[in-house]
Design a protein around this ligand. Structure first.
Ligand code: ZN
Length: 356
């Protein structure tokens, strides 16, 4: 254990630090303050290293210079080491996983459990305050959720976003055994877990991605109900109809924002179909004629992260073995900067987990 106490209440920890948005990551030794009112100090055991965090590092969530230097990382699980004044929901020794959004806990949306729709939202962990690319981190205790006994820390890291986000998508689109679900970007961590989850709900799944390595990965880690589909081959709309008894997919989940693929999926969409977007690119527009919504009685839905309840449900699905956590790499703090280079170049698929 490299952490030691210095001075009054200050802990030092090794961490990955971003000096400025869209800048380089470096590993450094930093001070972690004693947890303040409503906060908890967590010993980080596993943290996802993902495209969502890469997007945050590039300034995709906020590029306010006042927020740097910053320790990124939000998809984590660990053990509570200490709590500040006024914290009674967790105590030292508790195994926890973490919720990504910094929510108020008091607005109508928070009170009814729709925490992702908080109307007094104060930002993202790893963007508006330090995250978990570190041995230790201090976070709001309200963001810590119980990690089931049977769930490993790595499962907690997967559940926190990689499975919780797909769970929210399946709830938004009411996926069931009558559906054929097209997952666009199926080799990513959201894609592979969404494909498993939709299959678990009895749906047929068409898992679309763009190269043979990525499609082979999808085939390897998903059940038989999931059929890999090459999104780059000709006549995608016709192939999607062929693979869904001529009706077309009834649910399309776009994790990528590629307009050519989305247009083909829209063309093939079944009557009563639902398109769910997770795309966060600022510059993408998708504007089919309004009449097409009416003719097919189609719905276009946005899906925003997950509720706190869904994060815990995701951890239980993994703990119970109903969904397999797909982890392709395990890295140390020193290896995180190079891994982000890989993610930036698009050379990485699946999900990597930091074990600090
Ligand atoms: Zn709120």
């Amino acid at each position: 254990m490299r952490t030691f106490r210095i001075g009054r209440g200050v802990t030092q920890t090794d961490a990955v630090v971003l000096e400025e948005w869209d800048g380089d990551l470096t590993t450094d030794r930093i001070d972690v303050p004693e947890p303040g009112s409503g906060e908890a100090l967590v010993d980080v055991r596993a943290c996802g290293v993902t495209r969502t965090i890469e997007n945050a590092i590039r300034g995709g969530l906020s590029d306010d210079p006042a927020l740097t230097p910053r320790v990124p990382g939000h998809e984590f699980a660990g053990v509570v080491e200490a709590v500040g004044p006024g914290v009674d929901a967790v105590e030292p020794g508790d195994r926890v996983l973490c919720y990504f959004y910094l929510t108020c806990g008091a607005c109508d949306a928070c009170r009814r459990g729709d925490t992702a729709r908080c109307t007094d939202f104060s930002g993202w962990l790893g963007v508006h305050r330090d995250g978990a690319y570190a041995e230790r981190t201090v976070v709001p205790a309200a963001n810590l959720l119980p990690l089931p006994d049977e769930a490993s820390f790595e499962m907690g890291a997967v559940a926190a976003d990689g499975l919780a986000t797909p769970l929210h998508v399946c709830d938004r689109a009411a996926v069931d055994d009558t559906d054929t679900v097209l997952v666009v970007g199926a080799a990513g961590r959201v894609g592979v877990h969404l494909s498993q989850l939709a299959a678990l709900r009895g749906a047929r799944v068409l898992a679309a991605d763009v190269d043979s390595d990525r499609l082979a990965h999808v085939d390897e880690v998903t059940p038989d109900a999931v059929t890999p589909v090459d999104a780059r081959e000709d006549d995608l709309a016709a192939r999607l109809r062929d693979r869904s008894d001529g009706a077309g997919p009834s649910v399309v989940v776009d994790t990528v924002g590629d307009l050519e693929t989305l247009s083909a999926a829209w063309e093939a969409l079944a009557m009563g179909g639902r398109v769910v977007s997770l795309t966060t690119h600022h510059d993408r527009r998708f504007d089919p004629p309004m009449k097409e919504f009416v003719v097919k009685e189609a719905s276009f839905l946005g899906s925003r992260y997950a509720t706190k309840d869904e994060v815990v449900r995701a951890a239980r699905l993994l703990a119970d073995g109903r969904v397999d956590p797909v982890v392709t790499d395990r890295v140390s703090l020193d290896e995180v900067p190079a891994l982000h280079e890989c993610i930036r170049r698009g050379d990485h698929h699946g999900m990597a987990v930091l074990r600090p």
